[in-house]
Ligand binder design. Sequence first.
Ligand SMILES: NC(=O)c1ccc[n+]([C@@H]2O[C@H](COP(=O)([O-])OP(=O)(O)OC[C@H]3O[C@@H](n4cnc5c(N)ncnc54)[C@H](O)[C@@H]3O)[C@@H](O)[C@H]2O)c1
Length: 261
Amino acid sequence: MKLSSDMSAIVTGGASGLGEATARNFAAKGVKVGIFDMNEERGEMVAKEIGGVFAKVDVADSASVDAGFEKIRAVIGQERIMVNCAGVGWPMKTASRKRDTGEIMAHSPETYIRVININLIGSFLCASKSAAGMMAIDPMDPDGERGVIINTASVAAQDGQIGQVAYSSSKGGIVGMTLPMARDLAREGIRVNTILPGFFETPIYQQMGPEVKESLKAHVQFPNRFGHADEYGDLVAFLCENTYMNGECIRADAGARMPPR
Ligand SMILES: NC(=O)c1ccc[n+]([C@@H]2O[C@H](COP(=O)([O-])OP(=O)(O)OC[C@H]3O[C@@H](n4cnc5c(N)ncnc54)[C@H](O)[C@@H]3O)[C@@H](O)[C@H]2O)c1
């Protein structure tokens, strides 16, 4: 699918980080862009800067996702591209002992469920509702392609560290749904791929001190630095444009493999 002004895309989490870079890259190539995000202020700002449309959407809430599609499609039409970038992480062990008192605690069920709801269920809802919309429009090219869905997992889906049980479960679920989703939608000309980012310079790392970032960087092979969000946006664009990429999960991590901690 050649990216052009003939098509539109929706990017969840488009108010920040990888989603924002993806939205900006699409807009630079002429694609009409819609953004789903909970951060209204930044979402509106990015949308205004790129001539796109913002909808305040909680991806974990089915009705909110429906309302977001309705709002954005009314302005830029049915999207042929759906990119899921909205996501959260919350470090906590499966069960742990309090350092000071030795008290034993199980993982907070609410926290686990929240991470799964946003990262996994949110990606599924947006992908499935977007696919249903794409199925109602005509295929575009000699291959009969209707659209493409790109999800964002994480290298933590494969090498989750201590304290990442909720996050890794949610991202592992995204990896697991990629191939069956691609198979479900193959006859409709809709492709599905998932990216597993390593460490990309985004606001997600803002709360971490420089020493934590340095220790993470030590695992990165070449180039030995955090990824630029633009490099993620470029990979998304490649996955849109190369029609032969389907049902695939791709690590974008400069060779990093995560140890237990
Ligand atoms: N940055 C990295 O190194 C890295 C590595 C691996 C995976 N990822 C994944 O990439 C994605 C983007 O990460 P990022 O670094 O750009 O983070 P970010 O925090 O900069 O952006 C995430 C965006 O998602 C939005 N969001 C959160 N919950 C939402 C909800 N319920 N509904 C709608 N929007 C919601 C936030 O408001 C924010 O704008 C996430 O899924 C993250 O897990 C990032």
